[in-house]
Design a protein around this ligand. Sequence first.
Ligand code: ADP
Length: 636
Amino acid sequence: MSPSDGHAELARPAHGRRWRLAVALAMAACCMAAGWGAYAIALQRYVATRAEEAGQRTTFYAQNLRSTLARYESLPRLAALEHVLHVALQARHPPADAALRGAANAYLKQAQSAADLTAIYLLDTTGLTLAASNWDLPSSFVGQNYAFRPYFDEAMREGLGRFYGVGNTTGETGYFLAAPVRESGKPIGAVVVKINLDAFEATLSRSGDTVLLVDRHGVIFLSSVPEWKYRTLGTLSADQRAALDATRQYAPHTLTPLDPQAGGVPFSADQPPQTVKAALPGKSVSTLRVQYRPVDLLGWQVAVLIDPRDEQRTALVAGASAAFAMALIFAVLVALRLRTRRREEQHRARAALREVQRDLEARIAQRTAELTSANTALAGKVEALDAAQRILRETRDSAVQAGKLAVLGQMAAGITHELNQPLTALTTLSDNANQLAERGRIDEVRGNLTHISQLAERMGRIVSHIKAFSRKGDAARAAVSVDEAIRQALMLVETRRRQAGVAVNAPTMPADLSVWANAVRLEQVLVNLIRNAIDATVEVSQPTSATVDVRVDSIENWVRITVRDFGRGIPADVLPRLFEPFFTTKDDGLGLGLGLAISLAIIEDFGGRLVGRNAQDGSGGAEFIIELERVVKPHA
Ligand code: ADP
């Protein structure tokens, strides 16, 4: 992988993270936009719907009021036709007047209860109350002058006066309708009807709407919110206040504006304020929307107040729902995408797994093939090794044989001497025997013959030993008497020993101490070691001790035979090469360098050990140690 690839590898997760963040932000923005859009649309819809509904209800309230009031319009006119009232107005004679007014009072009382009116009363042309339905109550209108009320003037001049205001005498609010009483077309007084609008107001209160009835100055005179009665929607101008004071319409109420902030804007019936800041009962202050419908009467308007917070709340729910729905859609999309991605990853992972499996199988196949060929090669090598071992064994056997022959060659002179001596003795003895026989000395002849036979036996022994030594022995292990082997070896080296003038000390030991070996070969090894020891002893001109010691130790299951001399010892450079075939330090012809090599091979063949080293006791010389497994005889 190149360094730039590595960068790309590192950069990818960071890029992925940024991308995911961007997508998440975009989704959040979409949700917010959806929420906001839904909120805006819903709000618009709700506002419009609510406005329409409110408009309809406002119209209904206005019509209801109009029809309610219209029902009473004809009442004062009808009453004005009543003869009793005419008579009462035209009475000019004080003693009889009282009776006439009494009749008028009685009529008015009857009319009041019949038409369910608050009051009905009769004014003269000066506005003075001559008779009233409540003539007998402490709050009687009789004697009161209502010329200041606009309805009186209107009735006298225009034929019908309408007015709404707080009762000057009773303090009770009411709707006043006045009609002139005419005599010969000329008004001689007026009949006034006062109607209570409490029932209508109660209807408004029950409607659930915030409904107000405002006059042309913006004074709230009927309200579904009782506290708002005699408050104003706008601010009253000085003129408006003066006009209201003149008619004492709402006296004694102070007419403070609902919204003190609406300060400098006086209420105008043409352009009433579209919003008003006020607190609905039990709620905090908010900017309420106002919808108006003219009642077409005295410049009145029905106003319905709408709290926008309701719509906002509903719109908010819609907005939140839209945002949530959007989030849900995104969640589903993301979940789908993740699922697709997971499937893709699984697919990829499975493909990668298959690839790895294939690769593995290929490698296993290759490895198997390699192993098979290695196995074949190994089998070949084992075979070659077997062949080499066979050759080695054969070579070694040949070498052993060669070694023996070499030793025999070296011993040839000694052997000749060994055989010559008894031969000479035989000749002498037999000659001697002949002469003794001739002289008849039979006993002596017999003695000579015994001697001769002993010599012949000895010669036979020597020859058989040489034969045995030179014969190609078979290497099978058998129990070999250590004493016997040492004796035979000593015999074979006897000539050389005598020649060299070296003494060989060998202990006598129990004949039953045996080792696992081959008698002839063990003798061959011993001959080699003892001959070398004799050679080493002879090499030193003034030996400290012209002896060779043969020692036998039995250690547990092992027998150790040590051949030790007092020669020069083994030089350091010779030590590592002692057992090397054809390594010799002896002069040409005297040594072949095969003795130790063959001896080692023989001893190892028996499963034993052969070690050559300088003597450890400090008195010089070398020692060669043979270790062989002891033959443990089962106890009888
Ligand atoms: P060879 O006797 O024909 O030289 P060997 O294999 O028997 O061959 O011995 C190899 C060499 O080991 C000898 O030439 C001699 O240098 C050394 N060697 C063997 N025995 C002794 C000994 N007892 N003391 C010192 N050197 C020895």
